[in-house]
Design a binder for this molecule. Structure first.
Ligand code: FAD
Length: 519
């Protein structure tokens, strides 16, 4: 083994041809190239116990997005004389089987900082090393290499955005290799190869979901979307400004490139370079302000992404409260009734419920909409554990990303990174600032479509005659609020104050017993 001149290219994320260092290395001087993707049934298998279609780990929207991305990759590979080889099973076992079957000299795959992939990679790498197969596993999912940043920072990840930006410097440029063809796929032996399955092949029925996400997966779609964003100079000039309108759904206020970055259909380095090029072509007066470190602050959103990746990679137990040294220990409530009301869009607050319906139907919501519902579930109103909300987002978002999702949930629940717990998003007035007529609510909660504008954010205050006229009786057709925002938010502030004091007193080392006393 390891004597041939074939390469196995293992796609996990990085589902693209452009700026793909693993592909470039794998195809260099290779007689054969085996581009592989392993479908892990654990990730894809329908779970009938979930309250919305999908597996226990991923909603159907994300599964569909991934399959579309694979179809697109297969097509792009076919245009270069290759194809995508789909296999099924435990990814580590399958890749090891392929390495045994095909006489390859190189194993190439993108480095991944997520614990799931780290564990997988240990198994595959140890087999390849023992078999004398060369391994190439470059960092290409993020702008920077989190390991380098942690090393430069003395072994710990920087925990503020400013210190991260100071350390980071300029990211490497994307590689610009353009292929006219790729080495052919070699002999496949007894490996069980299939085409990219459809959602039906995976066991999902036709009527499983009535509305799918409007965002289609794939590198081609990602590059098209990026080109469209870059054409809009005003958008580019405003890219660094905080966020825009969370209720804009017909034309979202941000790029909606997150799902493409998540699966690596779009390279973050290429995206960064395109923003830089766009800035260079703009008149000076429209440029964004100069940052703390004296540079024009280019692509701060992408730097946030890298910030969370670095913090996550350098923090043990980043995905939980317990044993996580950067996470405040807070006595969150264990209230399944409130959690379910939030998850199932039945809180009685139309702004919150409309966002949760958008999550379920589209798998994507604007950043500030995510802020609203995350704050509401945790420190704003319901005082439910951020890990529970993280799981719901983790399953349903099409851009669901381990580092970014956990990082933002800790942020929004004031468990880490951000600590102004007295600043709470109002579930009734925040959305109104952007969308006084409630068009967003009317779209995602059609039961409220005829509610007059003055009651759309607080329909329980509408007189009965108005509710009747709007065909929506509160308490019957749409729920009463699960809490009173005024008293619930006051109580949340009080509990957060107590928990913060205890965390300070005990220097963050709050025991389970201490937490019980606070509950
Ligand atoms: P744009 O504003 O166009 O930004 C471009 C890119 O920058 C994004 O695609 C994303 O990769 C990155 N980015 C933007 N904002 C952030 C941020 N706050 N943190 C890190 N990276 C950012 N984003 C995810 O990609 N996956 C998640 O699982 C995820 N979970 C979140 C959970 C909560 C509770 C919150 C509040 C935010 C979460 N975000 C997550 C961050 C953010 O909301 C999305 O990245 C953004 O809304 C995606 O839309 P966009 O591509 O149009 O963003």
């Amino acid at each position: 083994m390891g004597s041939g001149s074939g390469s196995l290219l293992w796609f996990r994320k990085g589902i693209r041809i452009h700026d793909n260092p693993a592909l470039e290395f794998a195809s260099r001087e290779a007689s054969n190239l085996y581009p592989v993707f392993v479908i892990d049934p654990h990730y894809m298998k329908p779970d009938p116990h979930c309250s919305s279609p999908g597996s226990s780990l991923a909603g159907l929207n994300r599964i569909k997005f991934l399959l579309e991305s694979l179809v697109d990759l297969d097509l792009n590979l076919k245009n270069l004389g290759s194809r995508l080889l789909i296999l099924k099973g435990d990814p580590a076992e399958v890749v090891i089987r392929c390495l045994k079957e095909w006489n390859v000299r190189k194993l190439c795959f993108e480095y991944d900082t997520e614990p799931y992939y780290q564990a997988l990679d240990v198994k595959v790498k140890s087999f390849a090393l023992a078999a004398g197969i060369e391994i190439f596993s470059p960092v290409s999912h993020t702008l920077f290499n989190p390991t380098d940043i942690i090393k430069t920072n003395g072994g710990k990840p920087p925990l503020s955005y400013q210190s991260f930006v100071k350390l980071a410097g300029e990211p490497p440029s994307p590689i610009s290799t353009v292929y006219s063809s790729l080495p052919p796929v070699g002999h496949l032996g007894s490996c069980d190869i299939s085409e990219v399955p459809t959602i039906r092949d995976l066991g999902y029925g036709d009527a499983e979901q009535d509305e799918f996400s409007p965002f289609k997966g794939g590198e081609s779609e990602a590059l098209k979307r990026l080109d469209e964003c870059m054409k809009d100079k005003k958008w580019v000039a405003n890219f660094e400004k905080p966020k825009g309108n969370p209720s804009a759904f017909l034309r979202p206020a941000t790029t909606v490139l997150s799902p493409y970055l998540k699966f690596g259909c779009l390279s973050s380095r290429y995206f960064y370079q395109r923003i830089q090029d766009a800035y260079k072509s703009m008149p000076k007066h429209t440029l964004p302000p100069v940052s703390l470190i004296g540079q024009v602050l280019l692509s701060p959103e992408l730097l946030w992404r890298d910030f969370f990746y670095t913090a996550a990679f350098g923090t043990p137990n980043f995905d939980r409260m317990e044993g996580n040294r950067i996470c405040k220990q807070i006595p969150w409530k264990d209230d399944d009734r409130l959690l379910e009301a939030w998850r199932e869009a039945r809180t009685g607050f139309p702004w919150i419920d409309a966002i949760m319906i958008q999550l379920r139907k589209w798998g994507w919501m604007h950043h500030l909409a995510r802020h609203s519902v995350a704050c509401f579930l945790t420190r704003g109103d319901l005082f439910v554990h951020w890990e529970k909300g993280r799981d719901v987002f983790g399953r349903l978002l099409i851009d669901s990303d381990w580092a970014i999702n956990n990082g933002n949930w800790m942020w929004l629940s004031c468990s880490s990174f951000f600590y102004q717990y007295h600043r709470i998003y109002s579930p009734t007035t925040f959305g109104k600032k952007y969308d006084p007529n409630g068009d967003y609510i009317r779209h995602f909660l059609p039961v409220l479509k005829d509610m007059p504008r003055e009651y759309i954010y607080e329909p329980w205050t509408a007189p009965r005659s108005i509710q009747t006229k709007a065909n929506c009786i509160i308490g019957k057709d749409y729920p009463m609020p699960v809490v009173s925002h005024d008293s619930a938010s006051k109580e949340c502030r009080r509990k957060m104050g107590e928990a913060y004091a205890l965390n300070k007193e005990l220097n963050g080392l709050v025991s389970e017993d201490d937490l019980k006393k606070l509950r």
